[in-house]
Design a binder for this molecule. Sequence first.
Ligand code: UDP
Length: 580
Amino acid sequence: SVKDIEKALSREPELNQNAITVLEKRYLKRDNNGKPSEKPIDMFRRVALNIAEADKLYDKNANILASAKEFYEQMVTLRFLPNSPTLMNAGRELQQLAACFVLPVEDSLEGIFEAVKNTALIHKSGGGTGFSFSRLRPKDDVVKTTRGVSSGPVSFMTVFDAATETIKQGGTRRGANMGILRVDHPDIMDFIYAKEDKTKLTNFNLSVGLTEKFMQAVLEDKEYDLINPKTKSVAGQLRAKDVFDKMVQLAWEGGDPGIVYLDRINAENPTPKEGEMESTNPCGEQPLLPYESCNLGSINLGRFVKDGQIDWADLEKTITVAVHFLDNVIDMNKYPIPEIDRQTKRNRKIGLGLMGWADMLAMLCIPYNSDEATKLAEDVMQFIRDKGREKSAALAEIRGDFPTFKDSVYPAKGFKNMRNATITTVAPTGTISIIAGCSSGIEPFFAIAFYRQVMDNNKLVEVSPVFKDIAKREGFLTDELLDQVAETGAVHDIESVPEKWQKAFVTAHDITPFWHTKMQAAFQKFTDNAVSKTVNFPNEATVEDVRRTYLLSYNLGCKGTTIYRDGSRTGQVLNVGTKD
Ligand code: UDP
């Protein structure tokens, strides 16, 4: 009954004002006048109850309310939050719960526009789409039926971009796109230059799909073959180093294109018999098969530091509940098209990750740019993966293995059961970290005080609550200090801050690309899918600096790299300090 539900799910959500603003703007149900018709507490109840319902599929007598209560407690205490579409859509008409999709783009007009249509359906529900355009025949290739010539992948990408632009007006949030082209596609140079004009393809992130062959050719300064995907014949050669240098140059200029290591991603494909992974989702953290989707969820690490120590037992409890939650999401999701429903349920991938990493480090007084931090990153991620796998195996005993388990890589590795083909992903947590009031993903603090632009231009001022708490506890919090921090956004060189805390509150700009990359690699080591991370460069960084970072990320085993040089793009989302 409603009374029982209200009693069981009664704890007040621990939200700050920024979080409430964000929820009111996009997440809460609305009445006909566009006013929120539910409160944040109702949203968490709606999500918890809806997701718990999946238990009934496996046990007619399941105690839904007991599971709902577990899910609810994890969410309202901000220990765990699912990705935005789940918060927005669970228990509502849309019921589309996943953030990540990859759609195939076939080399035919029908195929291309089929993908455009499916993209529209996904964006409407707040999901993001990734595509590989590598199967499209190159520009100026023959079109048999019309005796004309093809306009090529880059030209077709603008169709997807325009569709996205139109859909975003009506949808819950702007759907993002990832466009990938293999480095051996004959149009690769056009692709690399596609966003040089910054007014073009504004709804796309671009990444070049790098192969091992290509990377070897770069290292040995050799030429490599371009392959026409339609005829499979060699269409020319390029000097690998020239292509690499151009990519580096353009990334230095404006952040695009990024890179993904396609061969490496496929070497770790858990279900190779199901096909090849050609693309990731928009922010790069989730490689998927064509027509696959994945729902993400993130653990807020700051919540697990108690008296300067990590409470591992509490963390384990959250991991266990989160895996149960995310596995249920797969069943409760209403997929936009039958192919996605089918492919997603064959492998049942989930993406459990984390946020509040910088908070955790600061609370433990560990500088982000230190060996101690990268070592802890490995320990934390290994713990999440191992405990997550244990829970997935336990679920499999009751619910069955994911359908392609026997043909997957797991049996040969000694796994007896697995409910999910992947468990871990490190998402950017762009919005859910605002809801949780924590630092985003595995990123360092961007600043200790800053304006943040939320969705459509709502500017919010934030001072790191973690900093305030510690300054208060350690006895150095003053109004003057807060003013000083607000002005520059940083705490180094502020004399009233003890040196160890200056180091613990290091900000992105004082962390070298080397440490950004090392951190990404540390998390990647224990992440089944991939890790969302931006390697920040100061404005004065050189092209050579970017080049060195790309090679480092390759050597350290990352699955891709995204860089951003301060000031290289207008309309930057975050700005340091309040001075200007
Ligand atoms: N995403 C999207 N549009 C957005 C933000 C996110 O399509 O405006 C998708 C995209 O696939 C991205 C994924 O959601 O990779 C996860 O992003 P994030 O963790 O920032 O989402 P959150 O759950 O915090 O909203």
